[in-house]
Design a protein around this ligand. Structure first.
Ligand code: HEM
Length: 161
């Protein structure tokens, strides 16, 4: 069975992406990390499975998250994520092909649910720019958390391996 028609334009995502990132926030020490992301298809289904893991410069595990990437009609994108720190994150936004052939995905609407013991995350946003050949991506993650206003937590550059 082939890819669902809504997933077809995002076939380039399927596989493994890896690269380096750095993180910061007013309340914590800045840090660097290596990130690995995999997207996989379920034949005929209108979503991609997503799994992310990160390690620190010594190779020790850091953040990890899993979810579903749900491309809809007319460039509308939904991204449903489970966070091991106790949040579920529902993001929505748009995918746009730019004049130079690069692809921007902006997920600017978020709905976050926090478990009773989680550090409070109130809002998140994710911004991805894929190169025209779709082999590399620049990613930025912003959040309003632990009483701070919406601002950047992560910046990363990954490439398809
Ligand atoms: C704090 C790394 C993604 C929310 C931290 C800290 C590190 C870190 C090292 C400081 C120490 C700690 O509390 O563990 C990362 C990495 C990520 C990532 C490597 C992915 C590449 C996220 C995401 C969210 C998030 C997706 C929200 C959905 C937070 C919060 C804090 C935090 C709320 C606590 C800040 C505080 O205690 O003042 N992160 N993070 N992080 N991160 Fe992240």
């Amino acid at each position: 069975m082939s890819l669902h028609e809504l997933v077809e334009p995002y076939e380039f995502l399927i596989g493994t992406w890896q690269g380096q990132g750095r993180g910061h926030y007013p309340t914590i020490e800045s840090f660097e990390y290596t990130e690995t992301i995999t997207f996989s298809a379920v034949p005929g289904k209108p979503f991609l499975r997503y799994a992310q893991k990160t390690t620190n410069p010594d190779g020790a595990p850091m953040h990890t998250e899993v979810g579903y990437f749900r491309p809809r009609e007319s460039g509308h994108i939904e991204f449903v994520l489970a966070q091991p720190m106790g949040q579920s994150e529902l993001l929505e936004g748009t995918a746009t092909v730019n004049d130079d052939g690069s692809l921007t995905i902006v997920l600017g609407y978020s709905e976050i649910h926090n478990s009773t013991t989680a550090k409070l995350v109130e809002q998140t946003a994710r911004h991805y720019v894929f190169t025209p050949d779709r082999t590399a991506v620049h990613h930025e993650f912003d959040m309003a958390a632990v009483g701070e206003q919406m601002q950047n937590h992560l910046v990363a550059d990954l490439h398809k391996i």
